[in-house]
Design a protein around this ligand. Structure first.
Ligand SMILES: Cc1ncc(COP(=O)(O)O)c(C=O)c1O
Length: 375
């Protein structure tokens, strides 16, 4: 019987069988030709890794159980106890918590670098500094970084540049082509796209880094399950289509919000007033992504009234699904930041993050507009 499925079946197995010892030897002699144990590799996670790698243009990718484990795998692939990591100050709260609260406990030193200093690292670099971690577009205030300039700077100091490309996706920016060494994603977000998977990926530009990331993934047990790999690979097929709609909807929402009397400020790189508009336009192939943030009155009760009034846009502390959602950085992603740090970054009580989905833009705005009226 010959079966030729059009899509890859789900290999929901923890282990693979061997006919005899010769088959076992072939597994070791011909890497990538057969499978042994799902924690090491599985056809579904390999398919997802290959597809993401193709989009990002690397030498290979490793998928992981979450975006957090992707960051962990990437940092541990490069750093050991006694090494020093630089990290953009304006970054997802979980990423900075992983570095500053956990990796410091196992002897990895961390320094947070303000956005304005990221292109001149001489005052931050130490003899033991190994890498710089940044986000292409920062969470939640959408600061856009010039990856090419960062890559020149990190190369000069012999540091690896690790870029979290979750918000931009390779449809908008391909950091490896701009000189980054490693790219990572919370696949949970746009790459899978339907709010039904938790996953991560690390894509490498150099073979040596790829082998290290694989090793860390395998021995720390950071692998992604076959079913989640399958779901993410399925979502990934429509990434390009989704990103176009996310981007055009977000631009429309940003323009409407900007003109609304109850909105004090809008952060979206597609607005000409955004400080990084020109860079975002050049680096993003004319698309600016589906994420924006805006500020209403700095009063939690006003935020509550807005949230309760929305009819079709739920408050959900995640992002990048096909359905729109809003989040509240102060209460969720940036909860662990100290008060001074939040104030410094501008994440105040009235800031709402809007993950703009792929719905009809008129319907979306109608919902937001009637909710703003109740603020
Ligand atoms: C930019 C960014 N990186 C990494 C993560 C962590 O990903 P995960 O939640 O899939 O572990 C997140 C989660 O929100 C994120 O927004």
């Amino acid at each position: 019987m010959h079966i030729h499925p059009k899509t890859t079946p789900i290999y929901q197995t923890s282990v693979f069988t061997f006919e005899d010892l010769n088959a076992l030897e072939r597994y070791f002699d011909e890497p990538g030709q057969s499978y042994m144990y799902t924690r090491y590799s599985n056809p579904n996670s390999d398919e997802l890794a290959e597809q993401v790698n193709k989009l990002e243009g690397g030498v290979g990718a490793v998928v992981t159980s979450s975006g957090m484990s992707a960051i962990l795998a990437a940092v541990l692939a490069i750093c050991k106890a006694g090494d020093h990591v630089l990290c953009a100050e304006e970054i997802y709260g979980g990423s900075s918590a992983l570095l500053t609260q956990e990796l410091t406990r196992i002897g990895i030193e961390v320094t947070l670098v303000p956005t304005s200093d990221l292109y001149t690292l001489q005052d931050y670099r130490q003899p033991n500094t190994r890498l710089l971690l940044v986000e292409t577009m920062s969470n939640p205030l959408l600061q856009v970084l010039d990856i090419q300039r960062l890559a020149q700077e990190t190369r000069q100091h012999r540091l690896k540049l690790l870029v979290d490309n979750t918000f931009a996706t390779p449809v908008i920016t391909r950091p490896l082509a701009l000189g980054a060494d490693l790219v990572l994603h919370s696949v949970t977000k746009y790459l899978s796209g339907h709010s039904d998977v938790t996953a991560g990926v690390v894509v490498c530009q150099q073979q040596e880094d790829l082998q290290r990331v694989k090793q860390v993934m395998m021995v720390y047990g950071l692998n992604l399950s076959p079913f989640d790999s399958w779901l993410a690979a399925r979502g990934l097929k429509t990434l390009r289509l989704r990103m176009r709609q996310h981007s055009s909807n977000a631009l429309a929402m940003a323009k409407h919000l900007q003109e609304h009397p109850k909105v004090e400020k809008v952060w979206y790189p597609g607005l000409e007033e955004h400080p990084h508009y020109e860079l975002a336009k050049k680096q993003g192939q004319g698309m600016f992504g589906g994420m924006l943030s805006f500020r209403i009155k700095d009063d939690q009760e006003a935020v509550n009234r807005f949230m309760r009034a929305l009819q079709n846009i739920p408050f959900a502390p995640s992002l990048a699904g096909v359905n729109s959602s809003i989040s509240y950085p102060l209460g969720t992603s940036h909860r662990s930041l100290a008060k001074e740090q939040r104030q410094k970054l501008g994440i105040t009580e009235g800031v709402i993050r809007f993950s703009v989905g792929v719905e009809e833009p008129e319907e979306l705005w109608a919902d937001v507009e009637q909710a703003l009226a109740k603020v």
